[in-house]
Design a protein around this ligand. Structure first.
Ligand code: MG
Length: 390
């Protein structure tokens, strides 16, 4: 008897059976900018995920900073490990809520593709340099990468991802509601990725900050949410060896946030009863206006997370060692961009076409934004250190 293959048609049928009515189904996708035949075995969103994983920008995430510069230590988060953490937090919540795991994964794995080298310091520097040329913002850059800058196909630029994944990359976090006209409110899947991003970086920044000796556990105890995490860890394990206290604290912290997000979102979905993915988008947006989006933390948890953000801002991101690294990063990014714009022919030849198409400022911006930390540092030496090979 011939082996029956579990092909795309069956996967799509399985989505109808297992996903919630308000989940975004691959079969209902708004499609791709450039029409392509569907794949025999993979759904549209599974294919998007694979295209993201195989693009150049994804591989460069390994050598891009989260908070620490990439070469500072092997155990700190990089953009790549952060990206994997975001995907797994979002998947953990999304599976319980019966949302589309493939859409979640695609958006999560692509969400930071547009990040510059050296984290937010690099982004701020490029944004300042690009004032007057449209500015720079990493979410927009993620979209630009998948729509334009990646070159894989003969017929078009970019990865030709589905509309749902591309929409998921336009953040979502603009509080002024000034979305460009005609853009749908984000899907629940995309909103979850955004929230998972926050859970992931809040928890990993505490972890990395403690590991680096920049944060001290006695001081982190000022935070209510950390004290709760320690209580949970104590209830589970009793007396915890000192060297494991921080790890268990971070683990329980993450669990508290993920559990709250899952339960709160589940309750709100149940109360609102969206019957379609479109319903869910609209209800989430309408709820957000009154402070209760479908996807979100509970009213009790929001101030705890806000306090954690504020704590990290004051004690971690503004620590002198972090500020020093950021000042260096700004100088490198500014020097590179300024030199390329002053003399575009110092750019490698494969970038020259972009200079003609988009102008030297945008071409230099795209080129610098795409760099890894280590490439930017090496390139800086090649351009400015006379003893370096050009
Ligand atoms: Mg992120």
């Amino acid at each position: 008897m011939a082996m029956e293959l579990f092909d795309r048609g069956r996967l799509e049928a399985l989505e109808e059976l297992t996903l919630a009515p308000y989940a975004v189904k691959a079969r209902e996708s708004g499609g791709r900018l450039h029409p392509e035949p569907e794949h025999a075995f993979r759904t549209a969103f599974q294919r998007d995920r694979d295209r993201v994983i195989h693009c150049d920008a994804f591989r460069r995430l390994e050598y891009k900073t989260q908070v620490f510069v990439n070469h500072e230590g092997d155990h700190y988060r990089t953009r790549l490990t952060h990206t994997i953490e975001v995907a797994h937090v979002a998947l953990a919540v999304g599976r319980v809520l019966r949302l589309s795991p493939d859409l979640i994964e695609s958006v999560a794995l692509a969400h930071d593709l547009g990040h510059t080298p050296f984290g937010h310091a690099g982004e701020e520097a490029l944004n300042a340099l690009m004032r007057g040329h449209g500015g720079f913002e990493h979410n927009r850059q993620s979209l630009r990468i998948v729509e334009k800058l990646e070159r894989y196909y003969p017929g078009f630029d970019g990865l030709n991802l589905t509309r749902e994944v591309r929409e998921g990359l336009i953040k979502h976090r603009r509080r002024d509601g000034a979305e460009p006209g005609g853009v749908l409110p984000p899907s629940l899947e995309a909103r979850l990725v955004d929230l998972a991003d926050r859970v992931a970086y809040d928890c990993s920044d505490v972890d990395d900050g403690l590991r680096a000796g920049i944060l001290r556990i006695e001081e982190v105890r000022d935070l209510e949410v950390w004290r709760r995490a320690e209580v949970v860890a104590g209830e589970t394990f009793g007396e915890i060896p000192a060297e494991l206290r921080a790890r268990q604290g971070v683990r329980c912290l993450k669990n508290i946030l993920v559990t709250d997000l899952t339960v709160t979102t589940g309750q709100r979905i149940q109360a609102a009863d969206p019957r379609s993915a479109g319903d869910a988008r609209r209800m989430n947006e309408a709820g957000a206006a009154s402070g209760e989006p479908l996807a979100g933390f509970s009213a009790e948890c929001v101030p705890l997370v806000d306090a954690l953000d504020a704590y990290l801002r004051d004690h971690f991101y503004r620590h002198y060692r972090v500020l020093r690294a950021q000042a260096k990063a700004r100088r490198v990014v500014t020097d590179l961009w300024t030199e390329y714009v002053r003399e575009p022919r110092t750019l490698p030849t494969h970038v020259w076409k972009r200079v003609e198409q988009d102008g030297p400022e945008q071409a230099a911006c795209d080129y610098v934004a795409g760099m890894t930390d280590r490439f930017a540092i090496e390139e800086h030496a090649r351009l400015f250190d006379p003893a370096s090979r050009a």
